[in-house]
Design a protein. Structure first.
Length: 507
């Protein structure tokens, strides 16, 4: 179906006008005029912006977020000191992470141009986020650049304690004990404002290219009359279901009548959940907040989750370890106790994935909530999403972090035992947001007491970016390994070019 906006392939991605300027707000808009007036004290000799940069910030759909960071930098010495600390902490990725800067064959850090210079880092950050705000993911063949801006910004705080503190609302150099809300507010406001742009019709410009992506198989989805009206509408597209049979034809459930079979909650890269275990002279550190764990956390030991899993053990969630107790949010102590000695699986989604998640089992919901928290702060994104595509795999370099924004759904299951007895257990589905995926949405009818059907009942969805769904099994319920059957998909061949299309970036 035709889209409501032009989808001409001859899009100008040039930095001086064209694609970028097309999405800026009109210079006569009252909001733009007000922003320009507020930015005037920071232009020229009195500040860090030139007139062209100030105009770009004022006209940006994310101008409120970037203007806020500029004002805070100039008016609050703690914010200026924090950005200086971030600049001081910038470094080249380790050779084991894919190579040094500029070698053409591995990970590099473009932010090193601001090494040791906080004002230069601010200037680069403002330009970067102004362009990121209106970036539209592109695709060619079966390769896309959907994570390009997300991945490059992770170098800003890659194994950089000051950078991680700043985006999480903490004052650098205080061990997380003192707050500094400016950084967290900046990225949070940016996510909301970019999300609003991606909800608008202008964000639909490149959707037709994605609809032609052979990985997506657009025929599996409900395409609205007139086409998808925004990027987020396409990203959170609905799969075609058969309500009469309560099935999803394009994703048939393996042995649907067997109550002991667990199915994938969505389209993803699946691995056994990995656990960070840190030790000092007194033994393993059980809590992420324990100061004694700080040194050990810098070089954690990783291994698959094995029984017994204690309530204070930490699990790698989006590269950020969380205690099991914290991971399950406000679930009752009795429910948390049920997962002692259990295990789980991680299910990492990519930009082209189907971004709704469904129940992996038949059962009854006993707990459901969304835990509001941060979405930025990966310590080692290159390790979490490596070039080989095995996102979240064993050996990924996870490090010590706290919680991410997530949903928590706990389902009680009943199934037949070998001797005909009824056996019970619990399965937790935990969708986790990442970076610009601040929206972890649960369906309205996912409430305690609701009955769910595996491979059919939709639990919720994400919006644009990357995301993760964690499946936890209560003690003795299942093995923490991916078990598949003959004829089921285990991989896909690449049918497009490599590398993926290169987005226009400021540096």
């Amino acid at each position: 179906p035709p889209l409501p906006v032009d989808n001409d392939d001859d899009v100008d991605f040039g930095r001086d006008g064209g694609f970028f300027d097309m999405f800026q707000m009109d210079e006569g808009d009252p909001i733009v005029v007000e922003r320009l007036a507020a930015l005037t004290p920071f232009v020229g000799a009195a500040g860090l912006l030139n007139a062209k940069a100030a105009e770009a910030v004022a006209r940006s759909p994310c101008g409120n977020a970037t203007s806020y960071l500029i004002r805070e930098y100039h008016s609050d010495t703690e914010v200026a000191d924090a950005l200086q600390a971030v600049a001081d902490g910038l470094h080249r990725p380790h050779s084991s992470e894919g190579g040094g800067d500029g070698d053409g064959g591995g990970v590099y850090n473009p932010w090193l141009a601001a090494k040791g210079n906080g004002s230069e880092l601010l200037d680069m950050t403002i330009e970067y986020f102004t362009r990121w705000c209106v970036f539209l993911p592109d695709v060619e063949g079966s390769r896309d650049n959907g994570l390009a801006y997300i991945e490059r910004f992770t170098r800003w705080y890659h194994r950089n304690d000051a950078g991680q503190d700043f985006v999480r609302g903490r004052k650098p150099g205080t061990g997380g004990r003192e707050s500094l809300p400016a950084g967290r507010r900046f990225v949070k406001d940016f996510v909301k404002q970019r999300g609003k742009f991606m909800d608008g019709e202008r964000s639909a410009r490149l959707i037709r290219r994605w609809m032609a992506d052979p990985r997506i198989k657009i025929e599996d989805y409900k395409v609205p009359v007139g086409g998808y009206r925004s990027w987020n509408e396409f990203f959170a597209r609905d799969v075609i279901i058969d309500e009469a049979t309560m099935t999803i034809p394009s994703r048939p459930v393996t042995m649907a009548d067997r109550d002991y079979v667990v199915v994938s909650p969505t389209d993803c890269v699946m691995n056994p959940l990995v656990q960070v275990m840190t030790r000092d002279e007194d033994g393993r550190c059980a809590a992420a907040e324990d100061d004694r764990c700080a040194a050990a956390a810098a070089a954690p030991r990783r291994e698959p989750v094995r029984n017994p899993l204690d309530i204070s053990d930490v699990l790698d969630v989006k590269g950020r370890p969380l205690s099991l107790d914290a991971l399950l949010g406000s679930a009752s102590p009795e429910l948390k106790d049920a997962f002692h000695g259990g295990n789980g699986l991680s299910c990492v989604l990519t930009p082209h994935s189907y971004h709704h998640y469904h129940s992996p089992v038949d059962g009854t919901v006993v707990h459901a909530e969304v835990v509001e928290s941060v979405t930025f702060g990966h310590r080692d994104f290159p390790g979490t999403v490596p070039p080989n595509g095995n996102a979240g795999g064993i050996g990924t370099d996870f490090s010590q972090y706290q919680d991410f924004q997530r949903g928590v759904i706990v389902i009680r299951v009943e199934y037949g035992g070998m001797n005909g007895e009824v056996m019970t257990g619990y399965v937790a589905s935990i969708p986790v947001g990442l970076d610009t995926v601040g929206s972890v949405v649960l369906d309205e009818d996912v409430v305690p007491g609701a009955e769910v059907k595996k491979g059919y009942t939709r639990l919720g969805n994400f919006y644009y970016g990357g995301s993760l769904n964690i499946i936890l099994f209560s003690k003795g319920l299942a093995d923490g390994a991916v078990q598949t059957r003959m004829g089921n998909q285990i991989a896909q061949f690449n049918v497009g070019r490599a590398p993926p299309p290169n987005p226009e970036m400021p540096f």
